[in-house]
Design a protein around this ligand. Structure first.
Ligand code: NAD
Length: 380
C-alpha cells in the first residue's frame, strides 16, 4: 500500500507524522512511503533525508492525498482536506471525534476509514501506539524547561563562594502522564518537588520519583477518583479542602505546574486568583490544562502573562510542537506500530480487522458507518 504524510496545516504546528526512521520500518511491512515536500522541515527532517530512506517526495498537498492509500497526519484534517479523501482511503491522525462531530460525518460520507490516535485504548498491548501518552510525556518535560526559562533562579540548591542558594520549590498538580514527567524532570534538575492528585493510588509513583505527595485529610480519600485511572469532579467538600491545601502552599512554592484534567469536562479551576496573588514575585505557573480552559484562573491560552505582583503565567497549548523533533520521532513510532498491527502478514496489505480490540477502539468511521464511540475493550 502507499502510505504518505502531508505537511501539517494547523498554524504553528511543526510536527510531522512520518520520519525517515519510521519510513524505514513501514517499508519493511511491504508498504511504499510518500511525503509532501517540506513536510518534515520544521521538525528537522529535510526532503533529501527522506529520499535517502527510500521515501518519494511529492510536491503539493492535494497531490500527496491523491497518491496514497493511507494518509498519516498529526492533527485532525480540515474540512478542505477531508474533501480530498476518497472511498476506501484510510486516514490515521489525532481526530477527537467527540469534539469534531461534523468532521466525523464528513469522513463517513466520503466512505473513508478513520483511525483516531486519541482513541487508542489505554490497555497494556496498545502502549506502543499510545500517542496521547507520548505527547503528554513531552508536554510535562517541556513545561518544566519552560518554567526554568522563565524563572530567574537555579532549580538546584547550591553552596557557592558567593553565597548559599536555596533549591526551587516546585508543586505539580495532577500526576497523570504529563504530571509524572514534570515531577521527574523537576526532581532531576534538583528542585524540591511536591505533587497532588485526586487519585490516591498515584502517591507511590510520586514518591518513587523523589517527590513528596501532599496528603489531604479527607474521610473519602478516593473522592475525585473514577474507575479506569481517570478523575471525576470532586465533591464541594473535597474541593474546599484541596483549595485550602493549595492556599497554604501558594506563598511557599516558586513554580507551579498544573496538569489536572477530567475526561470530557472543562479543566477544574484549582489555582485561584488569590493564590496567584499570594505567590512571591518571580514565581512561575505553567498551566498544561490551558487548552481545556486552564487550571489557573489567570491563564490566557497560548499566552505568557505577568501579573501585577510579578508572577509569570504560561498558557501555551503547543508544548509537544515546541519539541517537534522529539515529538515527531515518538508520534511517528506510535503510527508505525499502528500500521504494523494493520499489516498482520507484513506483505504490504492492510487488514482492517474490526475484531481486534485496539483497531476497533481507534476506528471512528468504517465502511460508511460512524463507529464511535466504541464498545468497551475486552482485554486489559
Ligand atoms: P489526564 O490527562 O486525564 O489527567 C491528568 C491528571 O489530573 C490525572 O492524574 C487526574 O487524576 C488529575 N486530576 C484531575 N482532577 C484533579 C484535581 N481536582 N486535582 C488534582 N489532580 C486532578 O490523565 P492521563 O495522564 O491521561 O492519565 C490517566 C490515567 O490513564 C492514569 O491512571 C494513567 O496511569 C492511565 N494510563 C494508562 C495507560 C496504559 O495502561 N496503557 C497509558 C497511559 C495512561
Amino acid at each position: 500500500m502507499k502510505i504518505g504524510a502531508p505537511k501539517e496545516t494547523a498554524r504553528g504546528e511543526a510536527r510531522v507524522a512520518l520520519t525517515p526512521e519510521s519510513a524505514r520500518h513501514i517499508q519493511k511491512l511491504g508498504h511504499e512511503c510518500f511525503i509532501e515536500a517540506g513536510a518534515g522541515e520544521a521538525a528537522g527532517f529535510k526532503d533529501e533525508v527522506y529520499q535517502e530512506a527510500g521515501v518519494t517526495v511529492i510536491q503539493g498537498a492535494q497531490a500527496l492525498w491523491d497518491a496514497v492509500d493511507v494518509v498519516i497526519k498529526v492533527r485532525e484534517p480540515t474540512e478542505a482536506e477531508v474533501e480530498w479523501l476518497r472511498q476506501g482511503q484510510t486516514l490515521i491522525s489525532f481526530f477527537w471525534p467527540a469534539q469534531n462531530e461534523a468532521l466525523l460525518e464528513q469522513c463517513r460520507a466520503k466512505g473513508a476509514k478513520v483511525v483516531a490516535m486519541d482513541m487508542v485504548p489505554r490497555i497494556s498491548r496498545a502502549q506502543k501506539m499510545d500517542a496521547l501518552s507520548s505527547m503528554a510525556n513531552i508536554a510535562g518535560y517541556r513545561a518544566v524547561i519552560e518554567a526554568g526559562n522563565q524563572f530567574g533562579r537555579f532549580f538546584t540548591g547550591q553552596v557557592t563562594a558567593a553565597g548559599k542558594v536555596p533549591p526551587a520549590k516546585v508543586l505539580v498538580v495532577g500526576a497523570g502522564v504529563a504530571g509524572l514527567a514534570a515531577i521527574g524532570t523537576a526532581a532531576s534538575l534538583g528542585a524540591v518537588v511536591r505533587a497532588f492528585d485526586v487519585r490516591p493510588e498515584v502517591a507511590e509513583q510520586i514518591e518513587s520519583m523523589g517527590a513528596e505527595f501532599l496528603f489531604l485529610d479527607f474521610e473519602d480519600s478516593a473522592d475525585g477518583a473514577e474507575s479506569g485511572g481517570y478523575a471525576k469532579p470532586s465533591s464541594p467538600e473535597f474541593r474546599e479542602k484541596q483549595l485550602a491545601l493549595f492556599r497554604e502552599q501558594a506563598p511557599d512554592v516558586d513554580i507551579v505546574i498544573t496538569t489536572a484534567l477530567i475526561p470530557g469536562k472543562p479543566a477544574p479551576k484549582l489555582w485561584l486568583k488569590d493564590m496567584v496573588e499570594a505567590m512571591k514575585p518571580g514565581s512561575v505557573i505553567v498551566d498544561l490544562a490551558s487548552e481545556k480552559g486552564g487550571n489557573c484562573d489567570l491563564t490566557v491560552p497560548d499566552e505568557r502573562i505577568v501579573t501585577e505582583n510579578g508572577v509569570v503565567v504560561v498558557g501555551y497549548t503547543d508544548f509537544p510542537s515546541r519539541m517537534a523533533t522529539q515529538a515527531s520521532l515518538l508520534y511517528s513510532t506510535n503510527i508505525r506500530h499502528m500500521l504494523t498491527d494493520l499489516t498482520p502478514e507484513k506483505d504490504g496489505e492492510i487488514v482492517h480487522n474490526m475484531e481486534d480490540d485496539v483497531i476497533r477502539g481507534a476506528t471512528v468511521t468504517h465502511e460508511g458507518e460512524i463507529t464511535f464511540p466504541p464498545p468497551p475493550p475486552k482485554v486489559k
